[in-house]
Design a protein around this ligand. Structure first.
Ligand SMILES: O=C(O)[C@H](O)CO
Length: 373
């Protein structure tokens, strides 16, 4: 029988460490506190940034293609492919990290590049596309994505709308007659990082607009644009879980591409063989940069915790900061959380020295959870 191991399955600490780097730092802390304990690293993603890398680690091939970034600038982006299945990650072309000079463009950024990636995947023969959405720079309801696939968005004078969510306020008509016919043969699965609806106080503009640089007036403009978009495309899809993911790209995928929505972490854990890795585990360590209310709305650590709890394996979390109460943590399946802010009060240093600090808190974690047999 295998010796029980610690399964380290974190998402990235956004802005400081990739998921792989988080796993390495945690493993180093555990190794220094309890030498010899077997540790298995399985970095995860939830549909957002890192999803293609996770799929490649699971055996997919990386394909690099030219695409348009969120402001229309040319970028080289990749998708992952295995047989007729492709994994397309929105953040690859339309993510926040693709904004030139990190300058936010909340009203005008578009998801066009994600459509470029889908078109390239379809051209390469993909008939099942897993579309990972999250970490976007845009709040355009997926309008840009559809235009890259042949749709036209027209104003009342018959002119094409400019890119971005604010322009949707002037939408008069959506013309799908030029949509690539090959799309009808493709099965789309939507891997969402959140289960948010498109509109309202829990929707794409209100919750995620500010992260993309939208001030209150811009959030209102985006909400109005998305409301008009939903009215024309199909309001019934706006409240479906995941419609509000990635600035509403989830909505376009559900309403126009006929995608089925699944929690991203569920899909990714399947691709990565998480259930196998969980067998014989004595402890699971997961986490992400910020453990907060959004974590509980379907982000990777909550999905990992749910799976581990089902298998009766205790789960602890690591994070840059933890904004959840002990009760909320327990309800989500976490026994405890270890944050960098526990050992370093300066947030700037928590980002700059995230790796060594994470090793320090993981040492503490190991002393609490792994010292006894
Ligand atoms: O991209 C976004 O808007 C957030 O990650 C939620 O999906």
């Amino acid at each position: 029988m295998n010796r029980p191991h610690v399964l380290v399955a974190p998402d990235k600490f956004k802005g400081s460490l990739t998921a792989g780097e988080v796993a390495d730092a945690v493993a180093a802390g555990i190794g220094s506190a309890v030498p010899g304990v077997p540790v298995r690293a399985l970095p995860v993603a939830d549909g957002g940034e890192g999803t293609v890398t996770a799929a490649v680690a699971a055996g997919f091939r990386r394909a690099e293609v030219p695409a348009r970034g969120p402001t229309g600038q040319p970028v080289t982006a990749s998708f992952a492919v295995s047989g007729t299945t492709a994994v397309v990650e929105l953040a690859e072309a339309s993510g926040l990290h693709r904004l030139p000079g990190d300058v936010p463009a909340p009203l005008t950024a578009s998801s066009t590049g994600t459509g470029d990636l889908i078109a390239a995947a379809v051209r390469s023969g993909a008939r099942r596309i897993v579309l990972g959405v999250g970490g976007s720079a845009c709040t355009d309801g997926g309008a840009g994505l559809l235009t890259a696939l042949g749709a036209r968005l027209l104003d009342s004078s018959g002119a094409d709308l400019p890119p971005g969510g604010a322009a949707l306020r002037d939408l008069d008509r959506l013309d799908l007659s030029g949509l690539d016919p090959a799309l009808s043969e493709v099965d789309f699965e939507l891997a969402c990082d959140v289960d948010s609806p498109l509109l309202g106080p829990h929707g794409a503009a209100a919750v995620y607009g500010p992260q993309k640089g939208a001030l209150p007036a811009a959030v209102r403009a985006l909400e109005d644009g998305l409301g008009r978009w939903a009215g024309i495309v199909g309001a019934g899809h706006a409240s479906r879980p995941g419609a509000g993911a990635a600035g509403g790209v989830g909505f376009a995928a559900l309403a126009v591409l006929g995608a089925r929505s699944r929690p991203g972490i569920e899909l990714l854990t399947e691709l990565l063989g998480f259930d196998d890795a969980l067998l014989d585990a004595r402890l699971v360590v997961t986490g992400e940069g910020s453990l907060d209310e959004q974590t509980l709305r379907g982000k990777a650590p909550a999905g990992v915790a749910a799976k581990a709890r089902k298998a009766a394996v205790p789960v602890v979390a690591v994070a840059g900061r933890c904004l959840l109460s002990p009760g909320a943590l327990r309800d989500a399946g976490f026994e405890a959380a270890y944050a960098l802010t526990d050992v370093e009060p300066d947030p700037a240093r928590c980002i700059a020295a995230a790796g060594p600090l994470l090793t320090t808190v993981s040492k503490r974690l190991a002393e609490d959870w792994l010292r006894s047999p």
